[in-house]
Design a protein. Structure first.
Length: 204
């Protein structure tokens, strides 16, 4: 038995957490009954490893008694019964991917953005959390995390410099003109354009 029922403010409970899992499940759901023990093991291991990870359970149970009995099997937090409906409505958005239960979506603890809405399959396929929290891998996301907003002007300057260098780069003298043109038009230019447009969108 894990749970200890205390009602505390959300900001107090989640402060300092880098990854927040929102877990939708119910005691009457067979797949939930099978997945919850796996998630308990995963959660316990991540916490043991020092990960700043927390899970908040949003119940789909049909009564307070079902909620309380099922919650005894969980070591994490839960939305109180009287707030469940509002919580479900808050996550009723396609970006959270809630179409059925069990469902686990991971959020960035700093800005609330979605890291992955496929947490259930990630936990099953990566039970030791070797790639946790399974952030999307892309150059734009990496740069946006690496550099704060105040440094974006410098990034734009670097992008402009690189573009100028690539266009006049002497290495093109050593390959055919057709290959050089293809490389600049379909590899370098689209990449720089994408990164530049990404930060432009981020500024708005």
């Amino acid at each position: 038995m894990f749970s200890q029922v205390l009602e505390l403010p959300t900001n107090q409970l989640l402060t300092g957490k880098k990854v927040i899992g929102i877990y939708f499940s119910a005691s009457w759901c067979g797949p939930c009954q099978r997945f919850t023990p796996e998630l308990v093991k995963f959660y316990s291991q991540m916490r043991k490893d020092g990960r700043k990870f927390e899970i908040v359970w949003i119940s789909h149970d049909k009564s307070v008694d079902e909620f309380a009995k099922y919650f005894q099997k969980m070591p994490w937090l839960a939305v109180t019964v009287n707030n469940v409906r509002n919580a479900v409505e808050s996550f009723n958005d396609p970006k959270y991917g809630l179409k059925g239960i069990p469902h686990l979506v991971l959020l960035d603890g700093d800005d609330g953005s979605v890291i992955t809405k496929d947490g259930r399959s990630k936990v099953i396929s990566d039970k030791y959390g070797l790639e946790f929290p399974w952030r999307e891998r892309s150059i734009a996301i990496f740069i946006s995390k690496l550099f704060k907003k105040g440094f974006r002007t410098k990034i734009f300057s670097v992008i402009g410099f690189l573009r100028a260098q690539i266009i006049s780069n002497p290495f093109t003298l050593f390959i055919s003109k057709k290959l050089a043109h293809f490389y600049k038009m379909y590899v370098i230019e689209p990449t720089l354009s994408f990164v530049s447009s990404y930060f432009q969108r981020s500024k708005t």
